[in-house]
Ligand binder design. Structure first.
Ligand code: NOJ
Length: 520
């Protein structure tokens, strides 16, 4: 028990990602907003999560759905006002939940006053807050780098005769984290929100924080195939994971510590497991949770999953806390990736592995990718590289709270189509004890009751045929988790008293796609 009392909240907590455009619209403009989130908080309390992370809500021209920030210290009118934020924040606290915001440090909008000033002249005060380079002698860009959303990472600015860097859209110029004044300004942004009581940040695109143009061209990727998208045609070694990022991460941690060491920093990092581990820092002096996207990229077969889980656990630095993510607003829905018949099993895996889980909005309902007709496309990635499945709109569609027009999400026209199937609506699932929602609630409740599932050790991660299984143990209590990933029934390799089953069974063979948690 004393053991438990000393644990920070985020070790036992479940984080729920809110994609604000698609959560709940309170104004009828078809786009979700802060007041909408406040109105729908009871759903989250009922579900049993512990913290919400809200994707960007700051003033933005919305070229990349808010990940192009024009003012880090205000709220975009689409989402409401600072007063709405204060009201939401108070309601979140009253509900006993934690609140995380999205911090987007690696680039701003090209409409941010800093960039408007920087582009005035080569000796503008804030020129060096962004990354500028002269053209090569033939006028071409300084390096061969390719932006994440296609096209060069360099855009020429004729008025001042230099290129500026952008790892994403031209409207998202890269901030220069090698400039101490820029860094100080960004730490003040963190303080602005910490002063308003936020419990932490999810930090965007961390591996791209400090590209180094002085290292020159990126080499071609020998394994590239077109479906990977243009950016992956080269290995972005001179853009991503530069060693200097860690010092910036330590600074961010120090800012959070000015308030409370429990203020959480979650880092968004795509990279190898080895690269990921560096972001923990040493002795927990950087990110408490560098996002682990292994399940997003995994092959959903028992043996590779078991190996991947073991390898991730083995790679964790001393004392580092693991975390797992099944889905987010950038990647296809888990139910679509592995088939709806295994969506419950995936939830069971997420919520019973050792480490902090992050649950993406709508996955608690088993939402699937929603087809987007060409005229409804919003995502710049889909517009730049159409028809290759890179677009992210299908995973960003609004929640259906009710059945019928507007789905209880909006009284207007939703910004993206809403899945019309009654079975994905919250109201339908609330009325059905056999629904995905009912299952996820039961699973989250079990996780709350059983310390083995949160603070317990993880052992015996193995595959028997297509059944992935492992054990969690805390203070003498052992639970076995058995997950049948295969399409045929299989014996339960670690029997016991069934506490929960994805299929409502409590004994016998595991059905295809069935998972069980069993007390030993
Ligand atoms: C990662 C975010 O999750 C994604 O949505 C965004 O487009 C890029 N970073 C750029 O900020």
């Amino acid at each position: 028990m004393t053991h438990q009392a000393t644990q920070p909240w985020w070790k036992e907590g479940v984080i729920y990602q809110i994609y604000p455009r698609s959560f709940m619209d309170s104004t009828g403009d078809g786009i979700g907003d802060l007041e909408g989130i406040r109105q729908r908080l009871p759903h989250l309390v009922d579900l049993g999560i512990d913290a919400i992370w809200i994707s960007p809500i700051f003033p933005s021209p919305m070229k990349d759905a808010g990940y192009d920030v024009a003012d880090y210290c205000d709220i975009d009118p689409l989402f409401g006002s600072l007063e709405d934020f204060e009201r939401l924040s108070a309601a979140v606290k009253d509900a006993g939940l934690k609140l995380l915001l999205d911090f987007v440090p690696s680039h701003s909008s090209d409409q941010h006053p800093w960039f408007l000033e920087a582009r005035q002249s080569r000796d503008a005060d804030k020129r060096d807050w962004y990354v500028w380079r002269d053209p090569l002698p033939d006028g071409s860009p300084p390096t061969n780098w390719i932006s994440e959303f296609a096209g060069p990472t360099w855009t020429f600015h004729p008025e001042t005769g230099q290129y500026y860097l952008h790892v994403f859209l031209p409207e998202q110029p890269a901030l220069n984290w090698r400039n101490p004044e820029l860094r100080a300004a960004m730490y003040d942004v963190m303080r602005f929100w910490f002063d308003r009581g936020v419990d932490g940040f999810r930090v965007d695109a961390l591996e791209n924080l400090m590209p180094n143009p002085d290292l020159g061209d990126n080499p071609p990727n020998p394994d590239w195939v077109e479906s990977m998208g243009p950016a992956r045609s080269h290995l972005a070694v001179n853009i991503k994971h530069q060693p200097e990022i860690l010092a910036a991460g330590r600074d961010m941690r120090a800012v959070a510590n000015e308030y409370d060491p429990e203020r959480l920093l979650v880092g968004e990092i795509y990279g190898t497991t080895e690269q990921l581990m560096k972001y923990y820092g040493e002795n927990h002096d950087a990110f408490q949770l560098p996002f682990n996207f292994l399940l997003i990229e995994a092959v959903w077969e028992a043996e590779p999953l078991a190996g991947m889980i073991r390898a991730y656990e083995a790679a964790l630095p001393e004392g580092a806390w693991p975390n797992w993510v099944l889905g987010n607003h950038d990647r296809p829905r888990i139910a679509s990736r592995i088939g709806p018949w295994r969506a419950r099993l995936a939830a069971m895996l997420l919520l019973t592995l050792r480490g902090t889980p992050t649950l993406y909005q709508g996955d608690e309902l088993g939402m699937e990718n929603v087809p987007i007709p060409p005229e409804a496309v919003q995502d710049p990635w889909e517009r730049n590289v159409p028809g290759q499945g890179l677009g992210r709109d299908p995973v960003r569609t609004p929640i259906a709270w009710e059945t019928g027009p507007g789905a209880g999400f909006t009284t207007g026209t939703p910004w993206l189509p809403i899945d019309p199937r009654p079975e994905v609506a919250v109201e339908t699932q609330q009325a059905d004890p056999g629904s995905m929602l009912a299952f996820q609630k039961a699973l989250l409740a079990l996780r709350k009751r059983e310390k083995a599932l949160t603070l317990g050790d993880l052992t015996g991660v193995n595959a028997t045929g297509e059944v992935l299984h492992y054990r969690r143990t805390f203070e003498g209590r052992t639970l076995a988790v058995t997950l049948n990933l295969g399409e045929t029934a299989a014996p339960c390799p670690d029997p016991g008293t069934c506490l929960i089953s994805t299929h409502g069974n409590d004994s016998g063979d595991l059905a295809p796609g069935e998972g069980r948690v069993l007390a030993q």
